[in-house]
Write a protein that binds this ligand. Structure first.
Ligand SMILES: [Zn+2]
Length: 487
């Protein structure tokens, strides 16, 4: 009987464990459509961290005037940095939902999926890029629009009502709780901002100088942005379904690149680009400043159809999310390319790739980046240069260069047409024909074998370059096909 009881207990324990483990792997949607206030943000951050503990981190950057925390959320561990924020304007809290949803969905793709989201490889992107999200810059402003005076201490009410033109309806509020418009204090065209009210107000007051001390929330952000040094900054606002991207203090030589990056976001969201080169633009905005100060792309998407002085109703959230769900990943890929260019990684990686091969190591996934970022012929050129600068003696060098070409081809196939593959080999054949290395026929045949196996044909263009007879090819082909390490 004791044994029987023990069995029942073991069975119960098993059931308990089974239930528990299935519960912990069932994806739960944390970020849902709701009035996205400060308490919701805190709860969702806590739950996201609990569910995706290996992927998400968050901490407090500073406090608003009424002691609400300004949170930073990080995702990824790469060298290139992307900065994305939301709710700089109080009533625009749909942008907190959008940024939080981004964090959840990207983390979700890894925790519960295969790391793929749409056409994006999230895992790969998070290895190359670090996201810094600030989903709610202005928590006082957000809570004021959602909860009104009830979310604020009694002694503040008179001042808040005064800044709200005597009204107790705070739904239209944009500023921080001190009546500073956090998207008008940045040091970019600040002097030229017109229609700023004479003092603190529910909207548009630019303060008395750039980075007015009352813009507490933005002062944290400014210092933080200097610290993290982003390649691209995205600042979400509402409304109008338009994308601001241009600022007049951008070096004209960079305009085309910024335009291309903005255009991709425009295609994803179907928000048109705000026209560049307007004689007078508003200025004082975070991304105006970022563009001026860093000379890198600063994007301000305006979510949802135009609403005059109103928050966006919940019914629009799903569609806006749908339009914006890939924006973070798309921008991250662009950021990585910018970082790569800026750090002259081309030569660095080509050299590493070369040395790896020289030491007979297998070329790794990361070299895919090289071929994605630059054109194949350029890749070969860089490898060639790397082989020269490594001072390897000529015969060995030629062997390795041939290997490089083969492996480079293997990596990027089938992304390039067969003919390029063959042409590149032909080019190398012509170069190596004179060297007559022992390896040469063997390697060429290997190439033919790979070609045959992959594309089920041996391209005729290839044959004139063959240094051996067709009989020899067939012979070697048979030999190689049974050679495990080559296939
Ligand atoms: Zn705004």
């Amino acid at each position: 009987m004791a044994k029987y009881k023990c069995l029942i207990f073991a069975g119960f324990l098993f059931l308990l464990l089974a239930t528990k483990s299935s519960a912990s792997t069932t994806p739960i949607e944390i970020v849902t459509i709701k009035n996205y206030d400060y308490v919701t943000l805190k709860q969702d951050l806590h739950d996201l961290k609990h569910t995706h503990s290996d992927i998400i981190d968050y901490w407090v950057l500073g406090q608003s005037f009424y002691n609400r925390d300004i949170f930073v959320v990080t995702l990824g561990s790469g060298d290139a940095v992307v900065y994305i924020d939301g709710s700089r304007h109080g009533r625009e809290w749909i942008s907190t939902y959008i940024t939080m949803k981004m964090i959840e969905e990207y983390a979700h793709a890894i925790t519960f999926g295969d790391g793929i989201y749409g056409e994006y490889n999230v895992q790969d992107i998070l290895n190359k890029v670090t996201f810094y999200f600030i989903p709610m810059i202005n928590p006082d402003g957000v809570d004021l629009t959602i909860h009104g005076l009830t979310a604020f201490p009694e002694e503040s009410h008179e001042a808040l009502i005064g800044m709200n033109d005597g009204s107790t309806d705070f739904q239209r509020w944009k500023a921080n709780a001190l009546g500073i418009d956090l998207n008008r204090i940045w040091d970019a065209g600040w002097d030229e901002i017109i229609n700023s009210p004479p003092g603190p107000s529910w909207h548009n007051f630019k303060g008395v100088e750039p980075f007015d001390q009352r813009a507490v929330e933005d002062l944290y952000i400014r210092d933080f942005v200097y610290e993290i040094d982003p390649e691209i900054a995205v600042s979400y606002h509402s409304t109008g379904r338009i994308l601001y991207w241009w600022w007049r203090e951008l070096d004209p030589s960079l305009e085309d690149m910024n335009f291309q990056i903005a255009s991709r976001v425009s295609q994803l969201t179907d928000y048109p680009l705000f026209p560049a080169n307007r004689p007078h633009t508003n200025g004082g905005g975070m991304t105006d400043w970022f563009t001026k100060e860093f000379q890198r792309p600063g994007l301000t998407p305006e979510l949802a159809p135009f609403h005059y002085h109103q928050p966006v109703e919940l019914q629009w959230f799903a569609e806006e999310w749908d339009r914006n769900k890939y924006v973070g990943l798309s921008v991250a890929e662009e950021a990585y390319k910018l970082w790569w260019e800026r750090n002259d990684m081309k030569n660095h990686w080509a050299y590493e790739a070369y040395m790896n091969l020289y030491n007979e190591n297998i070329i790794t996934e990361e070299y895919l980046d090289l071929t994605r970022t630059i054109k194949f012929p350029e890749f070969l050129e860089l490898l060639h240069a790397a082989s020269i600068s490594s001072n390897v003696e000529i015969e060995k060098q030629s062997f390795h260069r041939l290997d490089l070409a083969r492996i480079a081809n293997d990596i990027i196939n089938p992304n390039i047409p067969t003919i390029n593959y063959v042409t590149n080999y032909a080019h190398y054949t012509a170069m190596f024909r004179n060297l007559k290395t022992v390896y040469f026929p063997h390697k060429m045949v290997h190439t033919v074998a790979v070609n045959k196996l992959r594309f089920n044909n041996v391209n005729q263009d290839f044959l004139p370059y063959m240094p051996v007879s067709m009989a020899e090819v067939i012979d070697l082909l048979n030999k190689i096909i049974t050679d495990d390490d080559l296939l």
